[in-house]
Design a binder for this molecule. Structure first.
Ligand SMILES: C[S@@+](CC[C@H](N)C(=O)[O-])C[C@H]1O[C@@H](n2cnc3c(N)ncnc32)[C@H](O)[C@@H]1O
Length: 279
């Protein structure tokens, strides 16, 4: 084999490897490599995440904060769960709405994303609880939140349909669901992780979500609004009344200074940098 051919083959191999690495690490953000890879990538980019995303507070208010506060306005102090909260984009957009007087639980698998979230939301200590936990099993009983939000997250989980079902499980009947749908070129690079609008509407319908509305939002995401069918009483509950112990799945957690411990199984979970470490 000539030297020239060896060079061409070597360079082609490198190019193909580069394209695969770009696809897996940049577009798919580690999702096909497993939850560990996804979390590690977010840990590594946590401090640069907001700069990369270039959030604009005005746009966040127009598309997220105001419509969600409006949807919850009939509830005096709503309780919201933001699944895959990242650096607290949704909590901030909502907490900055004067008409929203409720509380939010923000949960994420990346400890470093939560650390940034805690720094950014220092002024809202008593209204935002941050939990370090994989969202595959949310540490709450069924039917507890007045709204569940889950932005730019399900496509990075191994089973987006199951993740949506888990989000809906903790949403009370009558409650608001706000999630996203990846669209555009990137969506086609995520086989098995993204639903087309019709499939997503059908899936949400099977989960008991009605009034599904898919709204164009960013270049690569739609916003997806819906409501859980039925009615039930709403309102804010103390976190101690809704937080399940991940080890024994009972409502037996008690806060003692900087630790939460379980009266049932004696598990202990530290609270550091304002983050409840259930992992
Ligand atoms: C693209 S970011 C979106 C963050 C935030 N929702 C936003 O809109 O800015 C995806 C987030 O989902 C989190 N995530 C991915 N898989 C998760 C899982 N299984 N459980 C909890 N969080 C997860 C990541 O750690 C990351 O913070």
């Amino acid at each position: 084999m000539s030297n020239g051919l060896i060079w061409i083959l070597g360079l082609s191999g490198l190019l193909i490897l580069g394209i695969i690495a770009y696809w897996q690490l940049v577009i798919a953000e580690g999702t096909y490599l497993g939850q560990w890879a996804v979390t590690r990538l977010y840990d590594l980019t946590a401090n640069r995440y907001d700069a990369i995303k270039q959030f604009d507070a005005g746009m966040e208010a127009i598309f997220l904060g105001r419509p969600l506060a409006e949807a919850l306005k009939s509830i005096p102090a709503p309780l919201v769960c933001d699944v895959g909260t990242g650096t607290a984009r949704l909590p901030l957009a909502l907490l900055e709405q004067p008409s929203f007087q409720g509380k939010i639980v923000g949960l994420d698998a990346s400890r470093d994303m939560l650390k940034v979230a805690a720094q950014k939301t220092n002024g809202y200590n008593n209204r935002l609880t941050l939990i370090w936990q994989n969202a595959a099993h949310l540490p709450f009983p069924d039917d507890v939140f007045d709204a569940v939000t889950c932005l730019e997250m399900t496509e990075f989980t191994p089973n987006p349909a199951k993740q949506l079902a888990e989000a809906v499980r903790v949403l009370r009947t009558g409650g608001i669901l706000l999630t996203t749908r990846r669209r555009g070129f990137d969506a086609q690079m995520l086989p098995g992780r993204v639903f087309n609008p019709k499939r997503l509407t059908t899936l949400l319908g099977k989960l008991g979500i009605i009034n599904v509305q898919i709204q164009a939002w960013q270049v690569d995401y739609d916003l997806v609004w819906g409501q859980r069918d039925g009615h039930s009483s709403a309102g804010v509950r103390p976190i101690s009344e809704i937080l399940l112990c991940p080890r024994c799945s009972t409502l037996s957690l008690v806060k003692d200074n900087q630790v939460i411990y379980c009266e049932q199984c004696s598990a202990r979970y530290p609270i550091r940098d304002r983050i409840i470490e259930l992992r």
